[in-house]
Design a protein around this ligand. Structure first.
Ligand code: MG
Ligand code: ZN
Length: 372
């Protein structure tokens, strides 16, 4: 056996061999380090068939989906059912644990609150934000910040926004904060904590220099569909990413949701679906644009589950097909995961939806924290 000290010396000798190619120099810089920021984009109800339709509608070769080099699949089933709902689906990403359908940020066996990645990173000094095309209390955003076992408890979900100092929220649902059966005005409480509260879709009067946290309510309850004129998701994704870099030197976690892809699928409404898929395409493009210029951002795009059980049957050469819907509910199809940026390679393969949580921590290089 070689003495312990001789082995490194021999390796050094061979490494200096001038005939050996310098592989290190050709490796992409972004893959060599860990990300500082994570943008997790969730297309609610979006699996491979929905992405396929989005690619055809956008134009083959020009959609954002074909720019990703790292693609995996997750298994979306919940703790108690083969077919998950959006509450259990988002809780799996947020907490790394399977839970029962309808549960928001609470997990088995006793359905106590789990600490979400947004809450944990906030405690560690990261800036945090959410940008969605539903209300603040809807299942997907709720699962990152609230803890209730029935997703319909919207006022209780709104209450939980006071417990985690999230830096910014953009989306609907203002009424759940200030027009409530219990007459509480949560917006006053948020203002006392320094939040700037605005209504509408303009970013003009917001503290985008990072001087204060803010909530931009785009609607009283649920925002309109993309085909009815909603347009803020791509713009907000870029503005908020930039804002979050100013809120903390440590890094940020941003969750963005194309919330209404799922609603269009439940309605089996192709016009609605097309408008939502194209809006989400533009939103993912905005995230990639930011990540490309920032250089320290991992972008992950996935769905929480499939919805509509859609098939894309042959039609004509102009891609003017109509998806065929086999259900008005969710299905158990595998869901694709797209990753870009430092540590994107962690997202190859087929894994449980809960793995997305662990992979995000691994990418950040932060010791795994207990999520309960
Ligand atoms: Mg959702
Ligand atoms: Zn749904």
């Amino acid at each position: 056996m070689l003495p312990r000290l001789l082995l490194p010396a021999l390796l050094l000798f061979f490494a200096c061999d001038t005939n050996r190619p310098l592989v290190e120099s050709s490796a992409p810089v972004t893959m060599a380090k860990k990300p500082k920021n994570i943008i997790l984009l969730i297309g609610d109800g979006m699996a491979a068939a929905q992405v396929s339709a989005g690619i055809y509608w956008h134009g083959i070769g020009s959609s954002v989906w074909e720019r990703f080099e790292v693609i995996g699949f997750h298994k979306s089933h919940s703790f108690n059912e083969r077919v998950t709902d959006s509450a259990a689906g988002a809780t799996a990403f947020a907490c790394g644990q399977k839970t029962k359908n309808s549960a928001i940020g609470v997990v088995p066996p006793d359905y106590q609150p789990c600490t979400t990645i947004l809450e944990a990173l906030d405690k560690q000094g990261f800036a945090t934000g959410m940008v969605v095309s539903c209300s603040a209390t809807h299942a997907t955003p709720a699962s990152f910040i609230a803890h209730v076992d029935i997703r319909a408890y919207t006022e209780a979900i709104a209450d939980d926004y006071l417990k985690t100092p999230i830096d910014c929220f953009v989306g609907g649902g203002r009424g759940y904060f200030d027009d409530r059966p219990d007459k509480k005005n949560l917006l006053d409480s948020l203002r006392e904590r320094g939040y700037v509260i605005r209504t509408g879709t303009s970013f003009n009067r917001l503290p985008l220099n990072g001087s204060a946290p803010f909530m931009l309510f785009t609607d009283e309850r649920e925002p309109p569909s993309a085909f009815a004129g909603r347009y803020y998701l791509p713009v907000a994704t870029e503005k908020v990413s930039d804002y979050l870099t100013k809120r903390s030197k440590k890094g940020f976690f941003l969750m963005v949701e194309g919330s209404q892809i799922d609603w269009a699928l439940h309605a089996n409404d192709t016009r609605w679906l097309k408008s939502e898929m194209l809006d989400f395409d533009a939103t993912v493009s905005a995230a990639l644009r930011f990540a490309e210029s920032n250089g320290e951002t991992l972008v992950i795009v996935t769905g929480d589950h499939e919805c509509g059980g859609i098939g894309l049957n042959g039609d004509n050469l102009r891609w003017q097909f109509d998806p065929v819907y086999t259900t008005r509910l969710h299905s158990a199809a595998l869901v694709p995961v797209y990753a870009y940026g430092p540590k994107a390679e962690l997202f190859y393969g087929i894994y449980e939806n809960t793995e997305i949580y662990y992979k995000m921590w691994e990418a950040l290089g932060i010791e795994q924290v207990e999520s309960k």
